[in-house]
Every structure is written in C-alpha cells, then in structure tokens.
Design a protein around this ligand. Structure first.
Ligand SMILES: O=C(O)CCC(=O)C(=O)O
Ligand SMILES: [Fe+2]
Length: 360
C-alpha cells in the first residue's frame, strides 16, 4: 500500500497592498447574512435587497462565517498550483470545447496572446459525478478545499437563495430546491491568475483584461481582491468594485436572472489593467461559481411580487425550454471558440436566439 501523502504546509499568503490611486468606486450594498439568524433580521435584509436588486446585481456579503485564515489558505493553495510547470498543469486540461470547465485553462499564447492573460483551475463540487484526478498540491489539500466549498454552498449560497425567494414572496425553498448539492450539475471553486502585460501591450487592447460580460451561473462569489481592476457597469458608466478582507463580492448571474423572471439582474462587469502602482503584479483570484442543477429549466418563477409590479413573465417569453446545463455549456464553448481562434470574432447568439450582454 502506498504511504499516505504527507501534507505540506504552505507558505503563508499575504494580500498585496491596496492601490494609493483615487479611483471611481461603485457604491454597493453590504448584506450581513449573520443577521438572518436573529429576530427581525430576515425582514431587514429583505428590505435592503428590495432597495437595489432590480437595478444592480452586485453586492457584498459580510458575516459569512469564513475566517481570514481560511480564505488566505485557499489563496496559498492557488498560488502553489500556478507555480507548477506548464506540462504538469496541462495534464488536467478542461474540455472547454465541449463546454466543460472542470480543470485547467492555460493562458493564451502566440498569435492569440491578446485574447486573454489568465490561467484558471476549476475544482468541481465534491460529488461522485465529478471525481477526477488533480495534481498533488490539490489532492494534499482536498479536504480543506471541500470544507471551504461546502461552506460557501450551504452557509452562504443557500441562505441568500432563501432570502431572494422571500423577497419574491414564493416558497422559501423554491431556488434552494433547484440547487441541491448532491444533484447532477456543476459548480466550482476557481483559482485564477492574471499575468500582467506591459503598458504598451495593454494600450493596444484598450487596457481591457476581460471584456464586459455577464456570468452564466446563479451567483458568483469573489473573494477579497486588493488588486483593483474589476469594474461594474452602472447607469453612470464603469465603476471599480472596492474589495475589503471581511467581505465577499457577489454578483447575480444569468441563471438567476432567468429563474427570477428578469427581476434580479445579471450585471455586466469587466476587468481592466490595474492602476499603475499595482499593474505589474500577478493578480491572483479566488472565486466560487454556484450554478443550478443541470436539468433545471430556466423558466421564470411565478411571483406575487412580480405580478403586483406588472413584471411577471410567462414561460413562452423566456428560456423556459433551456436547461441550466445547456446554457452554461453553450456559453463556455462559445468562449472557447473565441479564445482558441476557431471564431475570428466574438459571436453574439448563444442559444435559443438569446444574445450575451457584452460591452467594451
Ligand atoms: O477577476 C475578476 O475580478 C473577475 C473575474 C470574472 O469576472 C470572471 O471570471 O467571470
Ligand atoms: Fe465574470
């Protein structure tokens, strides 16, 4: 029998310094979800959600129960992963051509270098469907990664989904029942590393690292990111999203927009070249993408609130026949065609005549 792998202790991860530059920051609400367990907390948070969620799908979550040490430990694992030789990482390539994002996506190089400057490693949820090999640095820390992922699903995602159902005046488990952890479907934790470009290279690309897009899942959880660059589209133009160590930045993505009948807004965002005092640093990210179960139809909820507001959509006016899995795969495969040069330009339509919202 093989000896059990020894668990390496990782060099401690410290966040890079915040920028000294004055940037135009978005003004975003912070939901303290620890309040949900306290008397009156749910009603208070529901009122707060109602004040912004039909206009802007970006917000902060505080009181989420993850410690700074746990979050930095995930960054430490991600940092070690990206230090591996490229040939080693290539053994775990994601099959993005088939719309499958599990595993490794390298940075584009050569003639296609302008198409992206990031590497990613996506670790799927911990169900038998997604058991797969990982490099040793990941398998050594798999239990910690599992605990971290399950905390996000059970203690952050599900309470938020119950809160949104309460806001829409529907069964509190309406969205939760469509996000059962053990059901078939994909969600994942991502380690992401952007490689800085020179000012000249960036200038040719209008200083854009990731062009304006929506995410295709339910909710995206972006952990503390001091290297400024993430921007959200607002009615007053692009604004930077400020990050702080005690908050997670959350954004509503396509599947939740569809499921909520268009009331919750899948919000356009992008990543630009960081300010000059940070522009030459690698930008390491930690992100969790929650998704509905694979076979959930993206049909709108029947909501008394939406009916009163005259916003209730019928199934015919929506993606009622498209599943969460079909939507995600179609978007990932389309992105693959662009990144790998199969498509010469960005394609607009994704599926069933629906166009991705993207902007520069
Ligand atoms: O790196 C970031 O701050 C945002 C990344 C992002 O928008 C994405 O991966 O969908
Ligand atoms: Fe995104």
């Amino acid at each position: 029998m093989a000896a059990p792998a020894t668990v390496t202790s990782l060099p401690e991860y410290h966040y890079p310094e915040q920028t000294q530059e004055e940037l135009e920051w978005a003004s975003l609400e912070a939901l303290d979800i620890s309040r949900l367990d306290q008397p009156g907390g749910k009603e208070e948070l529901a009122a707060q959600v109602l004040s912004f969620i039909d206009k802007n799908g970006f917000f902060y979550v505080k009181g989420h129960g993850l410690t700074d040490a746990e979050i930095r430990n995930q960054y430490a694992i991600g940092r070690e992963f990206f230090k591996l030789p490229l040939e080693e990482k290539q053994k775990y390539l994601a099959n993005t051509a088939a719309g499958d994002f599990r595993g490794y996506k390298p940075q584009s190089t050569g003639e296609l270098a302008a198409r992206d400057n990031d590497e990613r490693y996506n670790i799927p949820k911990f169900t038998p469907e997604h058991e797969r090999p990982h490099p040793e640095i990941i398998t050594q820390h798999l239990e910690e990664i599992k605990r971290f992922s399950l905390h996000i699903h059970n203690k952050i995602l599900l309470p938020l989904l119950r809160l949104f159902a309460y806001v829409l005046e529907v069964d509190e488990n309406y969205f939760v029942n469509r996000h059962r952890y053990d059901a078939q479907g994909l969600e994942y934790l991502r380690y992401m590393l952007y490689h800085p470009r020179t000012a000249e290279e960036d200038a040719k690309l209008n200083n854009i690292w990731a062009r304006g897009h929506t995410d295709y899942n339910t909710l995206t959880f972006l952990f503390h990111q001091p290297v400024a660059g993430l921007q959200v589209q607002t009615k007053d133009g692009w604004k930077y999203v400020r990050s702080s160590p005690d908050s997670i930045i959350v954004n509503v993505a396509d599947a939740l927009e569809f499921l909520s009948g268009g009331y919750l807004k899948s919000t356009v965002h992008r990543v630009v070249r960081p300010p000059e005092d940070q522009a030459s640093r690698p930008r390491l990210g930690l992100i969790y993408f929650a998704r509905p179960e694979a076979n959930i139809a993206l049909a709108p909820v029947q909501s008394p609130l939406l009916q009163r507001l005259g916003l209730q959509k019928g199934v015919d006016e929506s993606l009622g026949s498209v599943t969460a899995e079909e939507w995600a795969r179609a978007r990932i495969a389309k992105d693959h065609r662009f990144r790998t040069g199969i498509a010469k330009q960005r394609e607009r339509e994704i599926i069933a005549g629906v166009s991705e919202k993207y902007y520069d």
